[in-house]
Unconditional design. Structure first.
Length: 311
């Protein structure tokens, strides 16, 4: 009697895949996303935003594989931003160092401590002691956007590649709808380069249509040494709540995350027209650091002042 092969994954149409079939399916999905949304040009100098977690390691590995098919594998570097999160980040930095060494990809490391005077841990503690109610993710997101953009520009990158997957994007879409942030909503998408400015390095997301579960399975099947732990600050955030709700919905109604992202993609052009291309969103430059900003003093400079100010 012939034995049934060991299946590891079931597609939405019911077809079951073995480990080898899943790896091909997953890689093809990522490469198709790159082509469909025209994420890379042949002369791009890519910088991968690397954390050492499963998503960023996967996107770096597959970006290099995609470039290698065109003999352009040298056009990739990695940039790691060390936030300074004790008990969490040091382990993933080790994964990042080991993996980039294995792939022969140059790795550059920047840190919040060096760029903004304090680690994330000390900033959070400092603001808590002062009774200021600012979420760690708010501080972290503000510094990370700046550190990535400035760091990538220093490396002469034409694009930053991030490991955002469909779980992240569906959360982002709903978060911005629930908070009435339509301008930020309009800037989401697989190619985050709607603001054209020579100082702003566009961001692209090759894992845009992959679920978190798929990325996890891929890294396990490939035997990658990567971090799977969640950041200790993520617990209890609005995003965390949304993630739980979406996961529950996805378990009961398969395809929900896909539908959220597909709906967004359908209306994305109209959102851009309404909230970005009317000219009211024109870029200005921070009077303190000179970086692109919507305000006179950018969020990064304001946050840096806040976490270092004794008043
Ligand atoms: Fe930063 Fe929040 Fe992400 Fe942790 S969960 S890395 S604090 S943005």
């Amino acid at each position: 009697m012939s034995q049934e092969p060991a299946y590891v994954y079931k597609l939405q149409n019911g077809r079951k895949l073995t480990a080898a079939e899943f790896i091909i399916y997953f890689e093809q999905k990522v490469f198709k996303t790159i082509r469909k949304f025209k994420l890379f040009e042949l002369d791009d100098k890519l910088v991968v935003a690397l954390s050492g977690g499963k998503d960023s390691i996967t996107v770096m590995y597959l970006t290099q594989k995609y470039l290698a098919k065109k003999n352009l594998q040298k056009n990739i570097q990695a940039l790691l931003i060390d936030e300074g999160i004790d008990g969490y980040r040091p382990a993933t930095i080790k994964f990042a160092i080991d993996f980039t060494k294995k792939l022969g990809i140059p790795l550059h490391i920047e840190s919040y401590k060096k760029n903004y005077g304090k680690t994330l841990d000390s900033s959070v503690e400092f603001l808590r002691e002062k009774g200021k109610n600012i979420s760690p993710c708010n501080i972290c997101g503000t510094f990370r956007r700046n550190a990535l953009n400035v760091g990538a520009r220093k490396l002469k990158a034409t694009k930053v590649v991030t490991g955002h997957n469909i779980d992240d994007e569906s959360q982002n879409i709903l978060l911005n709808i629930f908070k009435n942030n339509f301008k930020i909503l309009a800037r989401l998408g697989p190619f985050n380069g709607v603001i054209e400015d020579k100082m702003f390095v566009p961001r692209v997301k090759p894992l845009y249509l992959c679920t978190e579960k798929e990325v996890r399975l891929y890294t396990l099947l490939k035997g990658f040494d990567v971090g799977y732990d969640e950041c200790p600050y993520s617990k209890g955030s609005f995003r965390d709540e949304l993630s739980e709700i979406l996961n529950q919905l996805e378990d009961e109604h398969k395809g929900v995350k896909n539908s959220v992202v597909n709906f967004f993609l359908e209306i994305h052009d109209s959102l851009k027209e309404l909230y970005i291309e009317d000219g009211s969103d024109k870029i200005k430059y921070c009077t303190s650091c000179g970086e692109p900003s919507q305000r006179i003093v950018c969020n990064t400079c304001s946050m840096k002042k806040l976490v270092n100010s004794e008043n």
